[in-house]
Design a protein around this ligand. Structure first.
Ligand SMILES: Cc1cc2nc3c(=O)[nH]c(=O)nc-3n(C[C@H](O)[C@H](O)[C@H](O)COP(=O)(O)OP(=O)(O)OC[C@H]3O[C@@H](n4cnc5c(N)ncnc54)[C@H](O)[C@@H]3O)c2cc1C
Length: 415
């Protein structure tokens, strides 16, 4: 792989950009791999990358039914933060946030990580108490976050209306090192890195069946033929239930569309991410100038990967109270992605009831920020055949054992 650098750009400028090579290879699938990963979203690609980089396991295929990053990874609102309530979540999200800080250098690919800060507003007494509790938990876990006053919030976000009629701003939880990154670039960067280390990334290859011999997963049926493997790892977010069904078990996960929209581009007005969970909406400004606005999930289970009309009014109406200036903006586009929600709003990383088959799912509305840490932990699990410390709390057994990692406060709308 040729390295990207200022020198490379200058060199290519002199030869009419004829020397760039494809960022990742598109090989025809081999008959057999050591590891087959289903799903080329951020989590599947990061898993493949760290398997190769950290564990030297390179006989790996990532199978993707569409195009890489075309699922939730390319549809999210890119918020990155680690100020979760429970220790188990804080550990994996903070590892992720840390990895994000150096990811452009590690991958030699500009993922446009922008640690612009994330404020989670408290607009009710209950929310204020919840964020205070989270900030104490964060301090104990060694994670930077702090409570800020309404006046300080007004300084950071001049367009905010802190004395709103129904929901005045009472305070906020501020994580200064949180922010955003370019979502496609995260998928593309991991794909390029993994491909360079020898991983086969196969797009337009839908897994249609899971082969088992004596209760053990031995391969997959795909739209490009059968592929055998020693280990199978399913990382398909909203389609996890469908893949589990193919393997003959059920997951404690519900799938539904989560909604987002962007405004027309305007001059810079907002240089952090701001989340208003009580009124149910959140916002940041993209580098192009669009206000990126996230809403809630559809109130019913579905696999429709598209925008729901009623969410535009619901979300914008809610946000206008706190950010009156957005009432004068035009909407540019709207979309949805199928998220996979667990009962405690924490992910599942672990073995499945089928021997040799592993799963990483349940990141729901908040798994963009966790891509590096999740890939790291899933690669450890595949290398060892069992989850290590980081992933161990997130196995599926917790739903049987009543060992929930309750992040419902953090994940209801707060991505
Ligand atoms: C509107 C929206 C806003 C969000 N905002 C945020 C946010 O601000 N911050 C945050 O942290 N998170 C956010 N999220 C959540 C985040 O996007 C997801 O948790 C994360 O992207 C999941 O990544 P993934 O790799 O697991 O799944 P995906 O990116 O969905 O990848 C799964 C892949 O599996 C493929 N696949 C499915 N079935 C098959 C099959 N049978 N065969 C082969 N391939 C298959 C799909 O095509 C897809 O490409 C948001 C999500 C949405 C939808």
């Amino acid at each position: 792989m040729k390295r990207y650098s200022a020198f490379a750009i200058a060199r290519e400028a002199f030869r009419f950009h004829s020397g760039w090579e494809r960022a990742w290879k598109s090989p025809t699938p081999k008959a057999e791999y050591d590891v087959v990963i289903v799903g080329a979203g951020g989590h599947g690609l990061a898993t493949a990358y760290y398997l190769a980089k950290n564990h030297g396991i390179t006989n790996v295929a990532v199978l993707e039914k569409g195009w890489l990053g075309g699922g939730n990874t390319g549809r999210n609102t890119t918020i990155i933060r680690s100020n979760y309530l429970q220790d188990e979540s804080a550990a994996i999200f903070e590892l992720s946030r840390n990895l994000y800080e150096g990811l452009s250098q590690d991958l030699n690919y500009n993922i446009m990580f922008s640690p612009r800060g994330v404020i989670m507003l408290a607009q009710t007494e209950h929310e204020l108490r919840a964020w205070k509790r989270t900030s104490h938990a964060n301090r104990l876990a060694g994670i930077q976050s702090e409570m800020v006053t309404p006046e300080r919030i007004k300084e950071i976000v001049p367009i905010i209306e802190i004395d709103g009629p129904r929901y005045p701003v009472l305070g906020g939880l501020w994580q200064e090192r949180g922010g955003t990154a370019r979502h496609d670039a995260v998928a593309w960067g991991y794909a390029r890195g993994a491909s360079n280390l020898g991983v086969d990334i196969i797009q337009q290859c839908e897994v249609t069946g899971i082969d088992k011999t004596g209760g053990k997963a031995t391969g997959v049926q795909t739209s490009k033929g059968a592929i055998k493997c020693k280990q199978l790892c399913v990382v398909v977010a909203g389609s996890s239930g469908v893949l589990a069904d193919m393997a003959g078990f059920r997951l404690p996960v519900e799938s539904m569309a989560l909604q987002a929209l962007v405004s027309e581009p305007i001059k810079p007005v907002l240089d952090c991410v701001i989340m208003a969970n009580t009124v149910h909406g959140y916002m940041s400004q993209s580098d192009k100038g669009e206000l990126v606005i996230g809403g809630g999930s559809d109130g019913f289970n579905n696999y429709t990967q598209r925008g729901s009309f009623h969410h535009i009014e619901e979300t914008v109406r809610a946000l206008i109270e706190t950010f009156p200036i957005i009432s004068r903006l035009k909407q540019l586009r709207q979309w949805g992605g199928i998220v996979d929600m667990t009962g405690d709003r924490s992910p599942i990383i672990g073995k499945t009831p089928v021997d040799g088959m592993f799963i990483n799912c349940g990141w729901g509305t908040g798994g963009f920020k966790s891509i590096p840490g999740s890939g790291w932990a899933t690669a450890e699990m595949l290398a060892d055949g069992a989850p290590r410390d980081l992933a161990a709390p997130f196995t599926m057994d917790r739903f049987k054992e009543g060992r929930m990692i309750d992040e419902s406060v953090a994940a209801a709308v707060a991505h």
